[in-house]
Structures are given as structure tokens and as C-alpha cells.
Design a protein around this ligand. Structure first.
Ligand code: ATP
Ligand code: MG
Length: 191
């Protein structure tokens, strides 16, 4: 099974982001070069685990359960951008404004997972919300124009107080995610 660890969005932010994604998608209608993500699956990836044999699932959940608490922190969803750049776009994303606590949490999770055989990322942590992937990695003037025509891209702020272990199922219409386990910060009880 394909696993990753992520923070989910509250419904209000997901809805606002989904409306803007739909507007941009409509502006780019017919462009098969752009693969849009499912709005219901948009998330803040903390750690990608990749393929894990099903019998190892209890071990992964066990380590995350013993992970300990973390203080909740605020995340603001605002702005758009491209990885690695607008000139050579591979990922189209919505931006996150977060305190160092977010990267710190991702780092702690990564350190907890390493002894189970999940290697650390060699790339820096750039938290974001993936809205689309560009197959050709060619610049997208139509998408850019739609972005320039849009209003202020601010989708609100929320308190990050929990994260989830997700399973990802790769499907032709885009990956489908399901929550396997929830891990709460100090403000709630984990389950
Ligand atoms: P698809 O692969 O079909 O485009 P997806 O990328 O959304 O869909 P997954 O590949 O299962 O689905 O990825 C799940 C999450 O983990 C996503 O947030 C993705 O960006 C992230 N992810 C995937 N591969 C890696 C990787 N090698 N390193 C870091 N994060 C990754
Ligand atoms: Mg992927």
C-alpha cells in the first residue's frame, strides 16, 4: 500500500480553494497538459512513505501513536506558485504561511520514521497544496492569465492540531486518498 502523512484542510478552506481551482480549470479547459488534483484530496504533505507492505501498517501506526504531542499552530492558505518555477512548471500549488512549527513537525515525523527504513528527504521541506501537475513542464500562459485576472488569492487560516496517515490509490482520474489513522496534537486525543 502507498502511504503518506499529511495535515488535512478544514471544509471552509477546502471549499474556497475548490471554487478557485474550478475557475482556473475552466479557464484552461481542453488543456490536457494540466492534470488537476481532486479538490477533496488536497492536503499538506508532511512525509511521503511510498509503498509499504500491509503487515507493516501496525508498526507505522504504533510509532506515530507514540510520537507524542505537539502544540497546534496556525496555517494560512494564500497565493499560488509553481515548482520548480513558472518557466519550467511541474507542480502548480497554493501557498502556505506557517510558523517554523510546521517544518519542525515534519522534521520530527521524518526522524521518527527513519528507523523504520524510510529515508530522509534530501530536498528541503517546501509545504504547499498541489492543485495541478503540468505534464510537459512548459509555461502555462492561459493559466497565468487566469491567475492574473483573479481576485486576492486568500483562502483563510486554520489551526493545525492533528495529522493523518493516508493511503493513496493511484487512479486514472487522479490519486484517491483515504485516512487510515488520526494523530492529535496536545489539544485533542489521538485515535
Ligand atoms: P499522482 O502520483 O497520480 O500524480 P499524487 O502525487 O497526488 O498523485 P501520490 O504520488 O500517492 O499521489 O502522493 C501522495 C502525496 O505524497 C502527495 O502529496 C505527493 O505530492 C506526495 N509525494 C509523492 N511522491 C513523493 C516523493 N517522492 N517525495 C515527496 N513527496 C511525495
Ligand atoms: Mg505522485
Amino acid at each position: 500500500m502507498r502511504l503518506f502523512i499529511a495535515i488535512d484542510l478544514p471544509d471552509s478552506i477546502r471549499a474556497a480553494l475548490s471554487r478557485e481551482q474550478a475557475r482556473l480549470r475552466a479557464a484552461c479547459a481542453g488543456n490536457k497538459d494540466i492534470r488537476w488534483t481532486r479538490p477533496e484530496g488536497v492536503h499538506v504533505t508532511l512525509k511521503f512513505l511510498g509503498e509499504v507492505a500491509a503487515p507493516r501498517l501496525p508498526e507505522v501506526i504504533g510509532v506515530l501513536s507514540k510520537f507524542g504531542s505537539f502544540d497546534s499552530f496556525e496555517i494560512e492558505v494564500a497565493g499560488f506558485g509553481f515548482f520548480p518555477s513558472a518557466r519550467r512548471p511541474r507542480v502548480f500549488w497554493a501557498g502556505l504561511e506557517a510558523p517554523p512549527a510546521l517544518a519542525h513537525l515534519a522534521g520530527r515525523i521524518e526522524a521518527a520514521m527513519e528507523p523504520l527504513g524510510f529515508p530522509r528527504e534530501d530536498r528541503e521541506f517546501h509545504p504547499h497544496l498541489t492543485l495541478a501537475r503540468i505534464e510537459s513542464q512548459r509555461p502555462q500562459p492561459v493559466l497565468q492569465a487566469a491567475l492574473d485576472q483573479g481576485g486576492p488569492a486568500n483562502f483563510g487560516r486554520f489551526a493545525a492540531s492533528e495529522f493523518f496517515l493516508f493511503e493513496s490509490k493511484l487512479k486514472p482520474g487522479g490519486a484517491e486518498y483515504s485516512r487510515l489513522a488520526r494523530f492529535a496534537g496536545s489539544d485533542g486525543s489521538s485515535s
